[in-house]
Design a protein around this ligand. Structure first.
Ligand code: MOS
Length: 726
């Protein structure tokens, strides 16, 4: 392989660092007006009166939208939509949009809007809401229990039972959500921060009752999203509505504070695990019960207890899951949704049981290694987790670990703890289309309407096209993030490279066939003999024989001989039907060192080694960045992130980056990420599994386990702040 598997810097890197890459709210359109969102100040109730008189008189104000004058949308969706009624469902709900000539005028006038409400008691406290059966929804998408977990637990020689809690957490991408909308001859264009332009296009077409063809959604660059831009948010519709009302382009951008109520969050999770093993450490039973919160208007579930079912060879397993309705905005998927929350509980519990058995936690995982899917009995399409154990443990020096908690100290007298955990994530693929055009000047255009929220999709798709079309990456232009491009999945679930990469690979193979036919039949040239396309490859700008690369014809020459200015291929890649015979998952092992200052309670994650098995790695450079990002995220989840709610008001309080803590450079020390490559011909032709979420899954548990090893204190509610270990 010439490009695949080798480091490539981002093709959009220079554009990004020089500011040439335009994010949704950065487009400068003539005569743009600005919208500012007014938010409600109760968590549940009704707006009795909305007072906009003062604001309407303020300078520059063009229009104020609210439930009093907005159309009601007929959309079959549980997503929150603004201005649909006087009912208030969460604190911070948008109650008006003030549109003015300038941003400052809009913001000032927004401050003049007041509302009077009839208040109802808000149910935002998780434990209280959970006790009320009316708020409980059975959300288990899992198969029922395998075996007889209750009996097996009762019969187990060694067992543990523990409860784990994870607070609400927010995505906080650098780029706040925003959109610019304008209408031309009944056609709507929206620049939106989005992980999936087709979803937004569809939502706007349905909401305005116009054909999809009349809505174009553009999202060329996204400054992080992590799930917060996976579903169409409420603001593109009100932005487009405002643009229609004032007859000008309108821009709406969330403030950082609005980012905490306008695009979802990781739900609050309460989990209870009972686990039993025999005396030799063989798992007998796992009962993993999980609850997470949702909104009153949407049944959001993320199956936190389900991911564990394929992880260990254990004959008796149950993972019931319920969601709890609360008067909060709706949660949404957030990087490794479900998996990381579930793994914090499960991988902590595995550590606890290993300590009960006095078995090394890594050894305990090996004893219970699942060679085949314990759920279905199917083989894994590939699973190099055992190799990850070996590679990671060696690099980390795990064999020097002393089992006893509080048994290791560094030269400064800090307690040292070593913890491990594993993670898993699905190796999914979704249908994806692409259109590739080879031009007679030797350049190539690739189009697919997916998105690149930061992992490096522009780069990796360019690499795959370069590899299989035999064209230098500099000659390839890849366009994404536009609903006029061929249909592709949203960037979510770590499926993009597997899906869009497979489409580009398939299109490239068909282009090779077309070029072969044109070279042999169309032009009458005999250089390539009667070789089939399979016996040929595209390389160095030419079609040539694999056996004898000297027998070659330049792609440009083939087009010229046939009098063609371009050659086009449209292709849709579907998931391999063979997948059904296998379980397709990606796996990883994490090893973490923490140092704890006992006097001050300060915890530092001083070293992380992560070994990941996720099929074939396309671009090691950007993949390494993905893994580092996941690890830093895991540090935040374990030690910092915590959205606090004042339940007297049902209001999220930590809605800024001063009060909502995330790791900074000073919190991040040594991170090493290794890939154990797997050759997997089942997942797709290129052997690609996802990695962007997998890398995070085991980290919070590995850190919590390391904190236990350092201090002897088991913290089961995140984040692990100093007050919990002092
Ligand atoms: Mo990710 S939570 O699938 O954007």
């Amino acid at each position: 392989m010439k490009y695949i598997g080798k480091d490539m810097s981002r093709v959009d890197g220079v554009a990004k660092v020089t500011g040439r890459a335009k994010y949704a709210a950065e487009y400068q359109l003539k005569n743009t007006a600005y919208g500012y969102i007014v938010q409600g100040e109760i968590a549940r109730g009704t707006i009795n009166s909305l007072n906009t008189g003062e604001a309407e008189k303020a300078s520059g104000v063009l229009k104020i939208l609210s439930h009093l004058n907005s159309p009601k949308v007929d959309e079959k969706s549980q997503e929150f939509r603004a201005f649909q009624s006087a009912e208030i469902k969460f604190h911070g709900q948008p109650i008006a949009l003030v549109v003015a000539n300038t941003f400052e005028q809009a913001r000032h006038a927004a401050n003049l809007v007041t509302a009077e409400y009839s208040k109802s008691a808000a149910r935002t406290e998780f434990d209280t809401a959970m006790k009320d059966a009316e708020n409980l929804v059975n959300a288990s998408g899992n198969s029922r229990a395998r075996g007889n977990p209750a009996q097996a637990l009762a019969d187990s020689a060694v067992k543990i039972e523990a409860e784990y809690r994870i607070p609400i957490e927010h995505h906080n991408p650098m780029e706040p959500h925003g959109a610019i909308a304008f209408w031309e001859n009944g056609k709507l264009t929206v620049f939106d921060k989005s992980q999936g332009v087709f979803g937004v296009q569809n939502h706007l077409a349905v909401s305005f009752g116009i054909p999809k063809e009349n809505v174009n959604v553009v999202s060329l660059f996204v400054g992080g999203a992590f799930g917060s831009a996976l579903v169409p948010n409420y603001y593109p519709f009100i932005t487009a509505l405002a643009a229609r009302e004032v007859g000008r382009p309108v821009k709406v951008n969330y403030t950082r504070q609005q980012m905490f109520t306008g695009n979802g969050y990781r739900p609050y999770t309460y989990q209870k695990i009972s686990m039993g093993a025999d005396k030799k450490g063989k798992l007998q039973s796992v009962i993993h019960r999980s609850y997470s919160n949702t909104a009153s208007f949407k049944a959001f579930s993320e199956n936190s207890s389900g991911f564990g079912r394929t992880l260990y060879s254990c004959p008796n397993y149950d993972s019931p899951y319920s969601i709890v309705k609360t008067d909060l905005p709706s949660p949404i998927w957030m990087r490794a949704p479900g998996a990381v929350s579930g793994a914090f509980a499960l991988e902590s519990a595995i550590d606890e049981l290993a300590y009960e058995l006095k078995i090394d936690p890594l050894e305990f995982r090996k004893i219970n290694y699942a060679e085949t899917d314990p759920e279905t009995g199917k083989p894994f399409s590939s699973k190099a987790l055992m190799d990850c154990f070996k590679a990671g443990a060696e690099k980390f020096g795990w064999d020097k670990r002393k089992l006893e908690p509080r048994s290791m100290k560094d030269e400064d007298g800090l307690l040292v703890g070593w913890g491990t955990a594993i993670g898993t994530w699905g190796a999914w693929q979704a249908p994806a289309s692409t259109k590739i055009t080879i031009k007679s000047d030797g350049t190539v255009h690739v189009g697919s309407g997916t998105s690149d929220i930061g992992p490096g999709t522009y780069t990796v798709v360019t690499m795959i096209a370069a590899e299989f079309l035999g064209v230098e990456p500099e000659k390839i232009k890849f366009d994404l993030g536009d609903s006029r491009l061929p249909q592709a999945p949203s960037q979510g679930g770590s499926v993009t490279t597997a899906s869009v990469g497979s489409a580009v690979y398939g299109a490239s193979m068909n282009l090779k066939k077309k070029l072969r036919d044109l070279a042999i039949e169309g032009s009458g040239t005999g250089i390539l003999g009667t070789a089939t396309a399979d016996e040929m490859e595209l390389a160095e700008g030419a079609l040539r024989l694999k056996e004898d690369p000297s027998k070659s014809i330049a792609i440009e020459a083939i087009l010229k001989l046939n009098g063609l200015s371009e050659l086009v291929e449209e292709y849709t890649a579907m998931p391999n039907p063979e997948r059904g015979k296998f379980t397709t998952m990606a796996h990883g092992a994490q090893f973490v060192e923490v140092k704890v200052d006992e006097a001050l309670g300060i915890i530092k994650v001083t070293r992380v080694v992560e070994a990941t098995a996720c099929g074939r790695v396309m671009n090691p450079k950007t993949s390494h960045s993905q893994e580092m990002g996941g690890i830093v995220w895991g540090i935040g989840m374990a030690l910092h992130e915590d959205t606090q709610i004042d339940h007297r008001y049902g209001k999220m309080m930590t809605t800024n980056l001063a009060d909502y803590h995330i790791p900074t450079n000073a919190d991040v020390f040594s991170i090493e990420t290794d890939f154990v490559e797997e050759k997997d011909e089942i997942v797709n032709e290129l052997g690609i599994k996802g990695m962007g979420e997998l890398c995070l899954v085991g980290i919070p548990a590995a850190i919590a386990n390391a904190v236990f090893h350092a201090t002897g204190k088991r913290v089961r509610d995140l984040p692990i702040t100093l007050d919990k270990i002092l």
